[in-house]
Every structure is written in C-alpha cells, then in structure tokens.
Design a protein around this ligand. Sequence first.
Ligand SMILES: Cc1cc2nc3c(=O)[nH]c(=O)nc-3n(C[C@H](O)[C@H](O)[C@H](O)COP(=O)(O)O)c2cc1C
Length: 189
Amino acid sequence: MSKLNIGKNVFSQPMPLALLGTHNEGKPNFMALGWFTRVNNNPPLFAVAVNKAHQTNVSIRTNKTFTINFPTEDMIIETDYCGIVSAKRMDKSKIFDVFYGELENAPLITKCPLSIECKLHDIMEFPTNDLFIGEVVAAYSDEKYLTDNIPDLKKINPVVFTMPNNNYFKIGEKVGDAWSDGRKFEVDQ
Ligand SMILES: Cc1cc2nc3c(=O)[nH]c(=O)nc-3n(C[C@H](O)[C@H](O)[C@H](O)COP(=O)(O)O)c2cc1C
C-alpha cells in the first residue's frame, strides 16, 4: 500500500474562512473562524467551534447570539488580524463597518457579501473548544452578489484556507452539478 499515515491533526481541505461576530461589553467583536458548518436542514442550524480561551466564547454565552460573515479576498489582512488578536487584549470594534438585522448584540459586517445572524440553540462542550449551535434568523447579501436571488460563488469570490500549513486560497472553476451528475453513473454488472 502506498498510502501514508499522516497522523491525527487533520482538517477538511479546504475550509471556508469566516468572521464570527459577537458583542463584547456592548461593542462589536469579530474573530476569524474556520471550524464551522451547517448541521440541520429545518430549522436551519449552524455549528461553530470556539476555543474556551477566546472572548467570543464568553460573549456567545452572555448574549446568546452570533453572526457568521464571509469576507472577500481584499479583507484577508483585517480578517487574519481578527484571528491573531483577542478582544481580551485589543478593541476590534472599529475594524469593520457593521449593521444590525433582527437580533440585538449580533453585529453583521457591511462589506461581507454574505452574513448570517443566529440565535443560540445549544452548546456542546469539548475539552478545548465548545460547539455553539445557532439557529439562522436571517441572512443578508447585496444584489451584486446574487443570481436569481441565490448567493453566486463567482460573484462572492470567497476565501478558503488550509490547516495545519495556514494558507489562504481563492476558489477555482465550477466542475459539476450537485444532485445531478450522479445520474450519469453506470454500474458495471
Ligand atoms: C484563519 C483562522 C481561522 C481560525 N479559526 C478558528 C476557529 O474556528 N475556532 C477558534 O476557536 N479559533 C479560531 N481561530 C483563532 C481565533 O480567531 C483567535 O484566537 C481570535 O483572536 C479570538 O478572538 P477573541 O478572543 O476576540 O474571541 C482562527 C484563526 C485564524 C487566523
């Protein structure tokens, strides 16, 4: 067998890059986020994994709300800064222009092509990180990022990243149609 066992510290390749928004002492705070995914169809639920040491962990527990914002390529420097510096040390409230949707204490980033606001549904505790499950209350975009009222990846130009080598990438070309290409599969009898 030519396969190598590469150990346990492994990650999805790639991960979408997001900014997790909360309120800390009445002000917006954002941390870079890679460990998150949609986990339920109806109601729509997202799970975000946040280290116990982060201010964001305390803020979600306090306010019971959070937002997930998808930055564009030209926001990498600010986004990475939010992944290096904690609100416990620096005020990050002025980095982005924000707006508010239906929830209190849930800042959304104006410049992001897609932002989702969630109310806390559940918490699962793990040794280093806690999984916060949030129910989607609303999602926001701009006309220029939509096709037929649906977020269009080509127009959004999101950033993905890889761990453990810590690289940012942009998305490539469309290569297929989901829930459709599989119909072409023919099983050899
Ligand atoms: C690209 C990137 C992705 C990250 N993803 C996560 C993550 O999914 N979960 C997490 O707990 N920390 C993650 N971090 C680290 C936090 O964003 C970072 O520790 C941040 O300073 C915490 O801010 P806070 O203390 O203000 O909440 C990531 C950092 C980077 C650079």
